[in-house]
Design a protein. Structure first.
Length: 201
């Protein structure tokens, strides 16, 4: 097994490597310690991948996954602070589901949670929470090898709220025409005139 060579930074040895889609980074006092750690980590990753291929998975709770997702994925997103708050609220408000082993979570569990959530918040808010949980589970499948299927696949999302339709008021029309320096009946001569003309007709 070819090992990545650690790099010396000051008085410490830093090691950063990728193996079977998993990245590991750590700092050590000696090069030997770094190489020994890397070997053990590579063997552990390989063992997990082998067991995952055979349908065997170590027990990990939904809360464990969500906390890891919050620290490794949400933290890299724009608006990640809000997403981390949503994750913390989910774990706090759903202790039984959060404590459940990932591989034991069923579609029925998620439907029950979805229906309960719809009693508390809007369809769009529920759909956002479902998308967040589903993304975390896909992360567990593709990056962590903690599970082999996403139980959200057969859970239908709440329908989007119907689009609102209303007439544009005369005051709003006058404001657009004023901004475009256009009057009804004029022959469009500039790009702004054409914008106003298209707005009217």
């Amino acid at each position: 097994m070819k090992l990545t060579k650690p790099k010396k930074r000051g008085h410490a040895w830093r090691l950063d490597f990728m193996y079977l889609g998993e990245r590991r980074t750590a700092t050590f006092d000696t090069e030997a310690e770094a190489l020994d750690w890397q070997l053990r980590e590579r063997l552990a990753i390989k063992d997990r991948a082998k067991r995952a291929a055979n349908g065997e998975f170590e027990p990990h709770s939904l809360a464990e996954l969500l906390n890891l997702y919050a620290s490794t994925v949400s933290s890299t997103k724009k608006g990640g602070d809000v997403e981390r708050q949503r994750i913390a609220r989910f774990i706090r408000c759903n202790p039984k589901l959060s404590a459940k082993n990932l591989c034991d979570i069923t579609t029925k569990d998620l439907i029950t949670w979805r229906n309960s959530r719809l009693q508390e918040v809007s369809e769009s808010a529920t759909r956002r929470d479902m998308n967040l949980l589903s993304s975390a589970m896909n992360y567990a499948i593709r990056e962590l090898l903690w599970m082999d299927r996403n139980p959200f696949e057969k859970v239908s999302r709440p329908k989007s709220a119907p689009a609102r339709h209303r007439r544009i008021s005369p005051d709003e029309i006058d404001l657009v025409l004023e901004q475009c320096n256009y009057a009804i009946g004029m022959t469009p001569a500039t790009q702004r005139h054409w914008v106003a003309w298209c707005f009217l007709y």
